[in-house]
Design a protein around this ligand. Structure first.
Ligand SMILES: Nc1ncnc2c1ncn2[C@@H]1O[C@H](COP(=O)(O)OP(=O)(O)OP(=O)(O)O)[C@@H](O)[C@H]1O
Length: 201
């Protein structure tokens, strides 16, 4: 589903990670780890096609759904209206199953601006299920979620994988998935370190 060869990704014109080679097959999840600033978001944005790679190749079969830190939920719309809006964009339908899967049934008619941080995050994540896209690229999807919601979300990822989907997930916590793991510390670009050090002199 996703094949990456000798990839270098950059922010602000400087290489952040280099020499990345990996593959994610249908049914597989890859968890990206590494400390703040190592380049998880930069890699995910590059895989999502939101920024060009500095070098290397990315081959993907099927479209990707990218979920970033920003939930992208419109505050003046209700939860259901937000989800219907996205379903319209992706040509799918909002069903009770999706609301139930993300524990949003009781919140469906609430204006999104009145939601708690975790409820807002669950609404943003429910969008994934509406995209119908096979590859999920998830940047810290569990931020603001309590333990119950993390388990609920992990269940949705498992369901996605079981139906032939795949996922690449940046996460500081173990969300309990049987996943491939990639520690990005091993790929920190040497040029970056030099460039940043000089910038601080
Ligand atoms: N616009 C920019 N210009 C220059 N450097 C940037 C820019 N945006 C991010 N960076 C730097 O690029 C590096 C990678 O950032 P990135 O957001 O990908 O890290 P991350 O692993 O996702 O971090 P976190 O765990 O904190 O979310 C960091 O050192 C960051 O400071």
């Amino acid at each position: 589903m996703l094949r990456v060869r000798d990839l270098t990704v950059a922010r602000g014109g400087l290489a952040v990670l280099e020499g990345l080679t990996f593959a994610v097959a249908p049914g597989e999840a890859l968890v990206l780890s590494g400390p703040n600033g190592v380049g998880k978001t930069t890699l995910l944005r590059t895989l999502a096609g939101l920024q060009p790679p500095l070098a290397g190749e990315i081959e993907a079969t099927g479209q990707a759904a990218y979920a970033s830190h920003a939930d992208g939920v419109k505050g003046q719309l209700t939860v259901a209206e937000n989800l219907r809006f996205w379903a319209g964009i992706y040509g799918t339908r909002l069903t009770d199953d999706v609301l139930a899967a993300f524990a949003l049934a009781d919140l469906a008619d609430r204006p999104a601006r009145t939601l708690s941080a975790g409820q807002l995050r669950r609404t943003g994540l429910a969008r994934l299920a509406l995209t119908g896209r096979p590859l999920w690229l998830l940047d810290e999807p569990t931020v603001s979620l309590d333990a119950e919601s993390v388990a609920l979300f992990a269940g949705q990822v498992r369901r996605h994988l079981a139906t032939g989907g795949a996922a690449v997930i940046a996460s500081h916590i173990d969300i309990g998935l049987d996943a491939l793991r990639l520690d990005l510390r091993a790929y920190v670009a040497t040029e970056t370190a030099t460039g940043r050090d000089e910038a601080f002199l």
